[in-house]
Design a protein around this ligand. Structure first.
Ligand code: NAD
Ligand code: DAU
Length: 350
């Protein structure tokens, strides 16, 4: 089996669903269930022997040790993190705790477990750390895209803690020989995205008749990737990547925030027209995010050259699917926004 951390979050849950739809290997899902973790996303796996869930904090060494000893995974895929830049600006402490101390604790537990494995299992073992393009800092309009050799220059508390996490992973490979892999991915979007991030926030606000808040001049650029394309890239790197290497993952879809919001409004106008006017009428420009990175863009050619990966979705096909998913899954959105699912977690684990 494989152990996945953060498998109740946006990308982790998509990864678990995707993994179990393409292979039979069971998943041990280790998640603390913070505000961002939602077991409703994994409802379709209820009763499945292939999905074992453990509500555990990755900072809890004893709990990690006993899960590793009991389930003996052949690989670890590490998604668990505090992931929202705005929250990291308001309160960085949780980010240091989970993204730095948590990764360190996980690495220590995995190092001890891996070190005691028989030779064949030891050499086949892999630990993949899921990271971000934000560790590379911000690009100017004419700069080349981030490659695997771009120096780290994180600008937010979030990206600084992800960079620290990546450095620890790198050091555990270099120093102890732990067979690690790191992926640095651009902005994901798709189903089950928590509505604090740009795309799901705009869709849910638009449908609720609320304003669509655009930071600054709306000209910041992100490189968008449909979440299942990220999942397929992680699967490829896990199976065929070279230990110690890093792989950039991106969608070749650079868009300004204004372009993204315009496209979302146009899709909603087509799929769920308002009685009067356009969703664009709800757009409003607000104060910029402090230290707001201007442009991210990923050069994903190494992944294509070495492992044959390319994204399957274009921005247009992926965004249309996403908008349709939110229209079709309002109960999921309502649970999240009303805090219903958090109440359920509190009762269930009381
Ligand atoms: P998310 O915030 O939606 O989910 C994070 C998950 O981690 C949640 O289920 C949460 O409960 C869990 N978690 C948080 N702290 C934990 C702890 N201490 N112990 C155990 N579980 C804990 O995040 P996401 O958007 O799915 O991102 C997943 C990973 O991918 C992160 O490492 C993030 O840095 C990285 N990433 C995200 C994007 C993106 O666009 N969302 C892009 C590139 C990389
Ligand atoms: O690049 C990968 C990163 O993408 C991941 O590592 C992060 O975990 C993920 O949250 C995301 O970070 P961003 O800061 O790029 O994503 P966010 O959705 O928060 O914002 C995208 C852009 O939209 C950014 O330029 C800020 C802007 N924005 C965001 C919000 C929430 C707005 O203009 N208005 C908003 O209300």
């Amino acid at each position: 089996m494989i152990l996945v951390t953060g498998g109740a979050g946006f990308i982790g849950a998509n990864f678990v669903l995707d993994w179990l739809s393409v292979c039979n290997e069971p998943v041990l899902n280790v998640d603390k269930l913070t505000y961002a973790g939602n077991l409703a996303t994994l409802k379709s796996l209820q009763g499945s022997e292939k999905h074992i869930f453990a509500r555990v904090d990755i900072c809890d060494r004893a709990a990690l040790d006993s899960l590793l000893a009991e389930h003996k995974p052949r690989a670890v895929v590490h998604f668990a993190a505090e992931s929202h830049v705005d929250r990291s600006i308001d309160g960085p402490a949780d980010f240091v705790q989970t993204n730095v101390v948590g990764t360190f604790t996980l690495l220590e537990a995995v190092r001890a477990y891996w070190g005691a494995l028989p030779v064949a299992e030891k050499s086949a073992f892999r630990m993949l750390a899921v990271s971000t393009d934000e560790v590379f800092g911000s690009l100017g309009p004419q700069d080349p895209q981030f490659s695997e050799t771009t120096p780290y220059a994180p600008n937010s508390p979030y990206s600084a803690t992800k960079a620290a996490s990546d450095h620890l992973v790198r050091a555990y490979h270099h120093t102890y020989g732990l067979p690690t892999l790191t992926t640095n991915c651009s902005n994901n979007y798709g189903p089950y995205h928590f509505p604090e991030k740009l795309i799901p926030l705009m869709i849910t606000n638009a449908l609720a008749g609320k304003t669509l808040p655009i930071y600054g001049d709306g000209q910041n650029v992100r490189d968008w990737l449909y979440v299942t394309d990220h999942c397929s890239a992680i699967r490829q790197v896990l199976e065929r990547g070279t230990p110690g290497e890093t792989y950039n993952v991106g969608g070749w879809n650079e868009k300004t925030n204004l372009e993204v919001v315009h496209t979302l409004c146009d899709l909603l106008d087509e799929l769920k027209p308002k009685a009067e006017g356009s969703y664009r009428d709800q757009m409003t420009f607000i104060k910029d995010r402090p230290g707001h990175d201007r442009r991210y863009a990923i050069d994903a050619r190494k992944l294509e050259r070495e492992l044959g990966w390319r994204p399957a979705e274009t921005f247009e096909t992926g965004l249309k699917k996403t908008v349709q998913w939110y229209l079709d899954n309002q109960p999921w959105v309502n649970d999240v926004t009303s805090g219903e699912y958090r109440k359920w977690v509190g009762q269930h684990y009381a």
